[in-house]
Design a protein around this ligand. Sequence first.
Ligand code: ARG
Length: 568
Amino acid sequence: MNQNQSLQEVIRFISAKLNISEVEVAPFIEFPPEKSMGEYAFPCFILAKKLKTSPQKIAESLAEGFFPTEFLKEVKVVGGYLNFFVQRENYIKDILSSVLKEGGAFGKSDEGKGKMVVIDYSSPNIAKPFSIGHLRSTIIGQALANLFRSASYKVVGINHIGDWGTQFGKQIVALKKFGSVEDLKNAKDPIVYLFDLYVKFHKEAEKNPSLEDEAREMFAKTERGDKEATELRDLLVDYSLKAFNKTYKRLGIEFTHTRGESYYADKVEPAFKKIEKLTEVRESEGALVIDLDSYGLTPLLLKKRDGTTLYATRDLTALFDRFEEFNFNQMLYVVGQEQTLHFNQLFSALEKMKIQWVNRCHHIPFGMIRFKDKKMSTREGNVIFLEQVLDEAKKRAKDAIEKKNPELKDKDEVAEAVGTGAVIFNDLSQRMIKDVIFDWDQMLNFEGDTGPYLQYTCARISSIIKKSGSNIKEIDWSRIQDDESFQIVRALEQIPIAISNATKAYEPSILCSALLFVASAFNTFYHKHRVIQEDKNVESARLALLKAVLYSLKNGLQILNIKAPEEM
Ligand code: ARG
């Protein structure tokens, strides 16, 4: 972690006095929100048991050994805590000058140097609609990939597209019966066109179950390599991928690998043989399964009676293949919580096979999106047309801009950035496991805890800097000792810590909160103080402060995959 000098002194002091390593002390340091509690606090109760004395006594004896330093002014014992108060001027100077020096690299670290993370995210199904789960997986997965990259991990991002399975049979039958290749080619939105066919297929199949048999036969044909069937399948894959890629481009999503399930088609049999060697595969009513009773789970189904493979079989195959190719330190599956059982089964099966590296694999689950606007949720519940959501977000952002800043150039481009920014931030800003409420007014509010609020703060700062002519001279740090500036610096101090914690906890929301904290500290400051003014020394110091805020917000937004327009 990049620690500033004041924090380092606190850690060093405690470590030396109590004879515990600095690495052990560091995670326990707290940052009290109340000014009267100082800037750092050490909770002594964590040592009470070990030292066989009360937290109060530990704090007192620590306090007795304290002498003021360049960065720490005094300590106070409060309850079982030892609270540290910084030398304000040195603290401000230390943190701001390092933010300004690091600039675009502020918040980055080399914590993950030499380590490899594979992230499986987005992973929609072809010839089936892009679901809300896929939207969340896409946004969260990309943010995690960016977080890990900012900590110098090597990241492989895989889009594990569902391009294998019986749905192809259904889709091809539906295309032939209820639609045509011609119509697909001319469709305004091929995904919607294919979805309508999909819905129609299911409606018709209820009345006429033989359709399901036809679909199965059609899928079997694609597996056998039948010319017409495979050509149609490839066409569906093609159209779906084109549509997905358009959306990915809008959201700034980039994978290092797009590997559908079919990529593993010829690897399934060898993987299956390997599995049979490592653990018992049992026959059950003609199907092949791995028993998982000892893990309290239902058996993992590997092959159906007709010999076809399943989602789980292909996932196991993919996992072996990925470990062999990437030798990962971590393998993350960003997939909705409704697949928790699937991943538990997968990992338990690996454990049963005595595969050591199973502890590097993690399912990163998340909650659902719920729409406040009923209109969005009418089509078959969970279904979402991403393109339409983004269009609506853009339209609403444009209306807001039209009101706020009708003179703005590049309105369209800014509206796109603000609309997508709102959708992304809304998704990332609370703990992942919670359901997300999709409420247009709330998420596009320029004053609320939103993406547009952060973007607007950046634009506001950019415009002040521009207006000033940006001449920061020699900076006299003593000119920004007021409480509001100090609060900004305290918020900035949290940014690298938040990035590190967000990465470790797989929780982008930790970074979101830290960014909101910086923006709100800035806005409080801005309401009270003038930046551009007569006293050029004050102006310079304040501009330096603003620049530091801008770096931190921009870098943070970049990690979240949100653009920061210069003007809005
Ligand atoms: N395509 C799957 C679905 O839509 C998600 C795949 C997630 N990744 C994986 N390796 N299982 O349900």
